[in-house]
Design a protein. Structure first.
Length: 197
């Protein structure tokens, strides 16, 4: 069937791009961070909004709800909203041009990765099969070693889930690492006022 081979081909290309030489790497939180911005590659030209888009001070990632996302009642299983938010955070960082290879590369000092430290989440309305949702991510606060991100899952401009997620940059030893200029500068324009923690 042509549609199956096309899906397999696209999935293979994406997996190859994500794990091939020079690609972003997966962190222990599932974050895939990007290459430095160097123009659009072939996949980006074919799928320019695959990582969502940045509008003003927000990142917006569209998410379609599939059968696999729902429970036996036809409602999105609650933990899947955490997955949608994780994808949005990953793609937000990707679009900001933060290079995970640089963060995790031992040649540049102690390797560092982002880990989720704390999540507060509220569920207001259910998501259902075939819904088209948008995960809207903003940076609420920049700390010395952490970022606090507000993530709202919207359906037709109605908030159905809201999360406040704190991620911390840690070294291999597990100790927090100060955010470097690259990360701090990338997020600075998304917050009204940075606060040291």
């Amino acid at each position: 069937m042509p549609s199956i081979s096309v899906c397999t081909s696209v999935t293979h290309k994406l997996n190859t791009r994500m794990s091939g030489p020079g690609a972003g790497i997966g962190l222990c939180t599932g974050l895939y961070l990007p290459l430095k911005l160097r123009g659009m590659n072939a996949d980006q030209k074919k799928w320019p909004d695959l990582a969502g888009r940045i509008e003003g001070n927000t990142h917006i990632l569209p998410v379609r709800i599939y059968f696999e996302d729902t429970d036996c009642g036809g409602v999105v299983y609650h933990a899947n909203f955490l997955k949608f938010c994780e994808r949005a955070r990953s793609d937000f960082i990707r679009l900001l041009g933060i290079d995970a290879n640089g963060l995790a590369n031992p040649q540049n000092g102690e390797p560092s990765i982002f880990v989720v430290r704390h999540v507060e989440i509220d569920y207001f309305k259910p998501g259902r099969m075939d819904d088209l949702l948008e995960v809207v991510t903003t940076c609420a606060e920049i700390g010395s070693a952490s970022l606090k991100l507000r993530q709202d899952v919207m359906r037709d401009s109605v908030k159905i889930v809201s999360a406040l997620v704190t991620v911390v940059l840690v070294g291999r030893s597990g100790k927090p690492q100060r955010l470097g200029a690259l990360v701090r500068n990338a997020f600075q324009r998304f917050v009204n006022q940075a606060r040291e923690t």
